[in-house]
Design a protein around this ligand. Sequence first.
Ligand SMILES: [Mn+2]
Length: 380
Amino acid sequence: MANLKMGFRWFGEKDDPISLAQIRQIPQTKQVVGALFDVPVGEVWPQEKIDALKKQVEDAGLKLEVIESVNIHDDIKIGAPTRDKYIENYIQTIKNLSKAGVKVICYNFMPVFDWLRTDLHHQLADGSNAMMYDESKLPKDPEALMAEMNSGSRGFSLPGWEPERLAALKELFAAYKDVSEEKLVENLKYFLDAIIPVCEKFDVRMAMHPDDPPKPLFGLPRIFKNREDMLRIEQLHESRYNGFTICTGSLGENPANDLPAIIREFVPKDRVPFMHVRNIKHVGKNKFHESAHPSTEGSLDMFEIMKALHDTDYDGYIRPDHGRNIWGEDGRPGYGLYDRALGITYLLGMWEALIKSNLIQMKAGHEFCAWPFCMPGNNF
Ligand SMILES: [Mn+2]
């Protein structure tokens, strides 16, 4: 199979009902996309904890080369005087992760709220459930939203919704009062200028995740919403270590975002170390639910997305993203086992078809075949 490095997000032994042994049985999936979930945001990830996670993953026959996420302390995003201390901590975490063989860190730069939905268990017609976003149902008060998100999570801790960070929501909003979009971009540049030289030295690529939803909410700025934002971010610090996670679901929430075109523009520039590939279904204006991965189940053309990756010789890390809960599974919202595993086999099925049809064209003497660049280091 091709050189796509397929992974599966895992929330750790304590907080994920899915085991590494189960992940090991998903065909062609060797990467565990993991994190330490018990280190408070802003603190250094201790080497011994990283090494323990790596050992656990490797003992299960898998690899730990992508971390998602090392979250960024709000003081860095706000540009508070204390940010240098947190940036120093972040740099130490990068060094520690590098020592454990980690190659990519996925992160986001969203003020206060990470991703958000208005229903974590929306019932679909086939009896499965998936997360839904309906802007007309978004509470006016962010505290009400936080309460809804956490009560809807059925006991799971939601990534990006760390209780200790959100406990003082009012103060947090007050601290962001003067952070405009321009200011937030400036603060991102300050952060990147400090960390990217370290990333270059230690060979760890940063992969910024798009904002979800890709628009300003509750008066908070959002700076990774579309292609134009990506052009601005890549120029903040020119380096292949200042990269993106292209999340088709998050960017696809705005129907104006042309995902295949974005892939075709940024992959050849070597700015995309990590892909999140999933589908969503638009069911109204500012209203969508997450769906199974196939094109037929949502609004995105997944073939065109995979074809864009194929045509640009993508050989980086990739994972399926949010799926439904199906077959009676009552898993973490968006992160059940079965639907994401189905997503992987679907994506890799398309990938095999793309590669083999390319080979057939090559044998027929067509000059446009990308072989062997589409599959570096692989024989068919
Ligand atoms: Mn994503």
